[in-house]
Design a protein around this ligand. Structure first.
Ligand SMILES: [Zn+2]
Length: 419
């Protein structure tokens, strides 16, 4: 379990980094838990008394009895992840007239993994994310059907979904879940394989190697449309070192990306400009999306100008406020929404100030995304609606000729494999 937590939290936190002028990499200790959090967690605590048994009972399909106890537990986890849930339509909020009102594609959606700890291991509480928020675990505290319902009702009609696939025996179970998810939601999800390596180890890597990736992709041929998000930055707390885009490990992966007609999604590391541009130049037929604040705005624009196969993902609307970021990955949905509502105009103004000119100068190479997925409540409808309100307000401030492009058209083209 330790490995899973580190891998997931590092990947997620890495891609939601605070602006570098506000102490990037020096995150504070998680805030102390407020008393009401315990109340919110009560139902989970009940479920967790006998998690595997409860999951098996709750699953969408019966678990065969002739399987070993361990295999039964895994089957239970898979079925719990895929269990249907009712999805009642909700009316769309009234957006201000100045907002963008058209379709939206979220190009940065993390999908949680099922629990990866040994079925024999007794885990009775929802693991905490790094900032104290309840970690999202599929089939444990959120179902795929609930995530699909949230994105439908919040008004993002499609998304680029990063499906985690780990090394080891869990990979077959995860791949089965993603295969069945795509059968159920072929339109909503554009599937990316997020094949993390052992990035919690000082000698580890943020992605599996080419041979392992090849095996993963071969299980369900043509299932995936993208490879990522892969965070190439150095992991904190003794995890894996930075992996440059032109490292041998990645140079061996690009042919596989080409063979499978995948789009790449990177979170670059510090200083990954020249080496990224080398890779962009060497692989003009592969489309690369990247995000993160490692490059300056000028550098971002330069890369976009020089390489038609480069795309930048805009997300992390924090209004230059580290506190808002910490709340988004933290314990309390209520506190996050309260702060966001109070600072909505400030956050919006910073987004416009930072990105309006960039989008208008590179209208065919910029994408919008939320980058949710750390705390389980990131998948709640109110949070999705707040993010969509922010996005629609931001896009509404852009020149009318670029609005539809950043909102969905560029993403649609990328998903179809067009350049
Ligand atoms: Zn991310």
């Amino acid at each position: 379990m330790k490995r899973f937590l580190l891998v997931l939290t590092l990947l997620l936190l890495g891609c939601a980094q605070v602006p570098s002028d506000e102490g990037q990499g020096t995150f504070e200790a998680p805030p102390a838990k407020a008393p009401e959090i315990e109340e919110i967690r009560e139902p989970e605590a009940q479920i967790a008394q006998e998690p595997e048994a409860q999951i098996a009972q709750a699953s969408g399909e019966p678990v065969p009895e002739d399987l070993s106890p361990e295999e039964q537990a895994w089957r239970g986890r898979i079925e719990a992840a895929l269990e249907p849930a009712p999805c009642l339509p909700v009316p769309a909020p009234d957006y201000p007239a100045s907002s963008y009102q058209g379709p939206l594609i979220d190009t940065h959606l993390h999908i949680p993994s099922i629990p990866d700890w040994d079925p024999e291991e007794e885990v009775t509480e929802t693991p905490e994310g790094r900032f104290g928020g309840p970690q999202a675990l599929l089939g444990w505290n959120v179902k795929m059907s609930e995530i699909a319902c949230t994105i439908k009702n919040e008004g993002t009609r499609k998304n680029f979904a990063f499906f985690p696939v780990y090394e080891g025996e869990i990979s077959a179970r995860q791949l089965e879940i993603w295969k069945r998810t795509m059968e159920e939601y072929p339109e909503q999800f554009t599937p990316f394989i997020m094949s993390s390596g052992n990035d919690d180890q000082p000698d580890g890597f943020p992605t599996v190697g080419a041979a392992t990736l090849r095996e993963m992709l071969a299980v369900y041929p043509n299932l995936f449309r993208g490879y990522g998000e892969i965070g190439l930055y150095e992991r904190e707390n003794g995890g894996s070192p930075a992996l440059p885009p032109d490292s041998q490990r990645l140079l061996e992966i690009y042919p596989l990306v080409r063979e499978n007609n995948l789009v790449v999604y990177f979170h670059l590391g510090e200083g990954d400009r020249d080496n990224f541009e080398t890779v962009l130049r060497q692989n003009p037929d592969i489309n690369f999306i990247w995000h993160g604040d490692q490059l300056s705005t000028d550098e971002i624009e330069s890369v976009l100008s020089n390489h038609p196969n480069a795309y930048y993902g805009i997300d992390a609307f924090w209004g230059h406020d580290r506190e808002l970021f910490l709340l988004f990955v933290g314990d309390s949905k209520e506190e996050y929404l309260k702060k966001l509502n109070a600072k909505f105009t400030t956050v919006l103004n910073y987004a416009v100030q930072d990105w309006k000119d960039v989008v208008e100068r590179h209208p065919d190479q910029v994408l919008w995304g939320i980058d949710r997925g750390d705390a389980v409540w990131n998948y709640d409808l109110e949070v999705g609606q707040a993010q969509v309100m922010l996005a629609r307000s931001f896009i509404g401030q852009l020149d009318s000729s670029v609005r539809e492009k950043i909102a969905y058209k560029t993403a649609e083209k990328l998903a179809q494999g067009l350049q």
